[in-house]
Design a protein around this ligand. Structure first.
Ligand code: IFM
Length: 456
């Protein structure tokens, strides 16, 4: 018997800039990623998202492939500057029509759309006005959310505001290679983070007001997971503490963006640590930010092992020498899909959706015309088995979205890293279902029962 609950949602995910292409077609405005890609030396081999997977023109074929895999749901993002070329003001009817048609086709194929409003491709016009540093930025985001609620809210029942705030807020730090690639001080980064959180809250209000019937809303931060070195209560507690500690000059934690949203406060250790760099917090800010949400969406790829050191203080435990890594150099750590959702559920008490999980792999079209990717199947088996155990042990997990539905533009890495269930030949735009897509089909139709079997 499968331990995945009845009604478990099996999906796959993508984001607009990474697959759509048509970067300046049909009235689309410029985004910060369009700008970054034009700057020499920023993206591997000068690659860009100008064409990407040409999904803008091929979405019908792509929806048919999703249906062939048997997906229950598809998570995608809206390109803000496609629907509002200037970020606010006059909408672009052709941009809106694209998403309108995509949603209709998905529903017709029996696939539930899960929409992310912001997956990093910020409108350049708004960036020129200061972007998230501008005090009006939360209202700009709410205006955009309201437009999308008005356009798609009669059919889209699942929404997310931000994807991985840790990345787009942290992007201004030195050494980072994420658009718009500016170098900011911590005081400014913290203000950007606060405005993005206010934008989240206002967008939730706009979605609830603009959608004609009840919708489910969440966010999709990165899950920076800590795995206890053993099942001893001390190691478990050390991993839990480490997972939510916010006392460092980086955003690689789970509390800085989630505590305000779910607990209406910043974590105390972070506030002490950042001291005078903290943004001014208005009397109503946490009420706005802490709008009731329906689920906790989280993107989990890997995890670090932690044990209780002297006096229970968490200390890292290195993976053994030669431990498995993916082609993007992330450790394979399947227990992250057990402990991550569990710790997040314990702290925030919301049903969990895994909004991204997957593996970058060196896939190619084999001489037999197929794409054999046993590594991805093995990776998914391990991670999904851990997820299954988490549900059996009482963590309320409602769904799993594989990253990604198809190979795509992996930001500064260009097209080198292949994350897809569907192989994309970028020269011809031919799509091929990888072995993993066919295997995932069987996982879906058996609601995970085949995970217990040894076949690939
Ligand atoms: O491709 C990205 C995605 O845009 C955000 N989460 C991680 C993925 C893999 O790096």
């Amino acid at each position: 018997m499968s331990a995945f609950p009845k009604g478990f949602v099996w999906g796959a995910a993508s984001s607009a800039y990474q697959i759509e292409g048509a970067a300046s077609e049909d009235g689309k405005g410029v985004s910060v990623w369009d700008t970054l890609c034009r700057r020499p030396g920023t993206v591997r081999e000068g690659q860009t998202g100008i064409v990407a997977c040409d999904h803008y023109h091929r979405f019908r074929e792509d929806v048919a492939l999703m249906k062939a895999i048997g997906l229950h749901a598809y998570r995608f993002s809206i390109a803000w500057s496609r629907v509002l070329p200037e970020g606010i003001g006059k909408p672009n009817p052709k941009g809106l029509a694209f998403y309108d048609q995509l949603v209709n086709d998905l529903l017709e194929a029996g696939i539930q759309p899960f929409v992310t409003l912001f997956h990093w491709d910020y409108p350049q016009a708004l960036f020129n006005l200061g972007g998230w540093l501008n005090p009006s930025s939360p209202d700009w985001f709410a205006e955009y959310a309201g437009l999308m609620a008005h356009t798609l809210g009669d059919r889209v029942k699942f929404w997310m505001t931000h994807n991985e705030p840790q990345i787009f807020v942290g992007m201004g730090q030195p050494d980072d290679v994420t658009a718009p690639e500016i170098k900011l001080k911590w005081k400014e980064l913290l203000l950007i983070g606060h405005n993005a959180l206010l934008g989240h809250g206002k967008a939730v209000q706009a979605l609830r007001a603009g959608c004609p019937s009840a919708v489910q809303i969440g966010m999709a931060p990165v899950g920076n997971v800590k795995i206890p070195a053993s099942h001893s209560p001390l190691d478990i507690e050390a991993a839990r503490q480490s997972m939510f500690a916010a006392n460092r000059y980086d955003f690689w934690n789970n509390s800085w963006f989630s505590d305000p949203v779910f607990l209406k406060q910043y974590p105390e250790d972070g506030m002490m640590f950042y001291g005078n760099d903290m943004p001014a917090i208005g009397p109503e800010d946490f009420e706005t930010i802490g709008q009731p949400l329906d689920f906790y969406g989280v993107n989990i790829y890997t995890g670090d092992v932690v044990r209780a050191g002297a006096e229970g203080i968490p200390e890292p435990v290195a993976h053994p020498v030669g431990h498995g890594i993916t082609t993007i150099q992330w450790s394979i750590a399947s227990e992250a899909l057990y402990w991550g959702p569990r710790f997040l559920y314990e702290r925030y008490g919301k049903p969990i959706y895994i909004m991204e999980n997957g593996i970058a792999n060196m896939d190619w079209l084999h001489l037999d015309g197929k794409v054999h990717d046993p590594q991805r199947i093995d990776f998914m088996k391990r991670y999904l088995s851990a997820l299954c155990r988490a549900t059996a042990d009482g963590t309320d997990i409602r769904g799993y979205f594989h990253w990604s539905v198809m190979d795509n533009f992996e930001w500064a890495e260009g097209y080198r890293q292949r994350f897809g269930l569907i192989y994309v030949d970028y020269a011809t735009q031919q799509r091929v279902l990888k072995d993993s897509a066919l295997w995932y089909h069987d996982v879906i139709v058996t609601n995970g029962e085949i995970l217990g079997q040894n076949s690939t």
